[in-house]
Design a protein around this ligand. Structure first.
Ligand code: ADP
Length: 431
């Protein structure tokens, strides 16, 4: 139980850490990207404005746009980081300072397909023939001579290397976060373990208290029961009908309390790990037959049909006492919660797959259990109808004990039920 809580705490802690880290990564890298983008955008715009002004001035002086000399263009074999293309009003390329030849074609294609507004800035990504990704930022601006439009200048910046760098940075941050997450989960596991120590101690003291109290109560209760029975059986003493009734009630309450104390003690010992499970090989059918026979009178009193069927023999290695207690709990419940005229069937069978196991199914035609309650009935002291359970002599601990017995044998218990029609408790035990 504690290991489960510890793991759950660790998981929650790791999830919170992961969310925090994701928030930090998203806000910091998003913020950084946004600032860089805005700055670049602003720079490129100013640069384009300047270029447009220069080209306009050049045009007026020489009646033509400014073009680098062929020599200068050759020197720029690898292209400029910031490049430009000037188009005249007939969309003919009039002047340029070109980017790296690797991205030239891509950039020209982008410009041709871009129906740009005056002063618009755009970030564009495209694939290069070698499969790499190129990222450019482009700004378009009209070149004016007074109110006359002379052409359009496109200024661009090749920011592929920045893009690659940011991508690497992001990948690094994600990897680092994952490493920190693993460290945080590990630290969380250790911290959760430390926090559990006082809880474990308090729980263990509580468990010891229940075990000791139940154990101590057993002796006075047996003395009380024996005394009450002695008075009842004392033929010399004439008891009034009232006293007889009081003694009967007292006896039945003492029996109930003894059962409750025994159940509490079983669970307290189970919690403490003192399970005392002694496994031996025996025939389940041979053990169940006399047990069912001994409960038959109870069924007769309630006018129920109690029957057992299934395999002829079922060898099993288990704790005989506990398995018999398990059967008793299930059959007793079926009888308790089935109205007169109903039927209780005990079916014992063998299953070969997925591994050799024994199935115990106790079915009744009783009131049934709703889906919501099917999950709760195995909890301690959970009773669907408290008054009803009390009236039937129940303690609310039967199914918790049944589940514990099944668990310590490495088996499984489940309940299938149709409210109003009946329930089936199915136990699968490894053979
Ligand atoms: P109890 O001592 O009250 O019977 P259990 O732990 O054995 O306690 O069962 C828990 C509750 O589950 C019962 O109070 C009852 O409401 C419900 N229950 C158990 N078995 C059956 C059954 N065969 N049919 C209907 N309800 C059942």
């Amino acid at each position: 139980m504690f290991a489960k809580i510890r793991n759950r705490l660790t998981l929650r802690y790791a999830m919170v850490m992961m969310l925090l880290m994701m928030a930090v990564i998203i806000t910091s890298s998003g913020g950084l990207l946004w600032i860089l983008y805005q700055e670049e955008r602003q720079d490129l715009r100013s640069f384009t404005e300047e270029e447009a002004r220069e080209q306009a001035g050049m045009y007026k002086e020489k009646t033509g746009f400014f073009q680098l000399s062929p020599k200068e263009t050759e020197d720029l074999d690898h292209g400029a980081k910031i490049f430009y293309y000037v188009f005249d009003t007939d969309s003919q390329l009039a002047a340029s300072e070109e980017p790296s030849y690797v991205i030239r074609d891509g950039v020209l294609r982008l410009i041709h397909n871009w129906d740009a507004a005056d002063g618009e800035v755009k970030l564009k990504k495209f694939r290069l023939p070698n499969g790499d990704r190129a990222v450019v930022m482009l700004c378009s601006m009209k070149i004016y001579n007074g109110s006359q439009v002379l052409g359009t200048v496109f200024v661009g910046e090749d920011i592929s290397s920045y893009y690659q760098m940011l991508k690497m940075l992001l990948i690094m941050m994600v990897i680092l976060s994952l490493v920190f997450l693993i460290i945080a989960a590990f630290a969380g596991h250790l911290l959760a373990g430390t926090a559990m120590i006082p809880i474990k101690q308090a729980f263990s003291r509580q468990r010891e208290f229940v075990a000791d109290a139940s154990h101590e109560l057993r002796t006075p209760l047996s003395v009380l029961q024996l005394s009450a029975e002695a008075v009842q059986n004392d033929n010399d003493q004439k008891l009034s009908p009232f006293s007889t009734q009081v003694l009967d009630d007292m006896n039945s309450e003492i029996r109930r309390m003894t059962r409750l104390i025994n159940d509490l003690l079983t669970l307290a010992r189970a919690d403490a790990g003192a399970t005392n499970i002694i496994k031996e090989k025996f025939d389940l059918v041979a053990m169940a037959k006399p047990l069912v026979r001994s409960i038959q009178p109870l069924a007769v009193v309630k006018r129920l049909k109690l029957a057992m069927s299934g395999d002829e023999t079922l060898p099993i290695t288990a704790d005989r006492e506990r398995i018999s207690q398990l059967l008793l709990i299930l059959i007793d419940n079926a009888i308790k919660y089935t109205p007169a005229g109903g039927k209780v069937d005990v079916l014992l069978t063998r299953t070969a797959t997925p591994k050799p196991s024994v199935t115990i199914a106790v079915s009744d035609t009783g009131e049934g259990i709703s889906e919501k309650e099917r999950k709760l009935i195995f909890e301690r002291f959970y009773r669907i109808d408290k008054a009803r359970s009390r009236e039937e002599g129940g303690t609310g601990l039967g199914l918790s004990i049944a589940k514990w017995i099944v668990d310590v044998h490495g088996g499984k218990i489940k309940v299938e039920s149709t409210p109003g029609k009946g329930s089936s408790f199915i136990v699968i035990l490894p053979q």
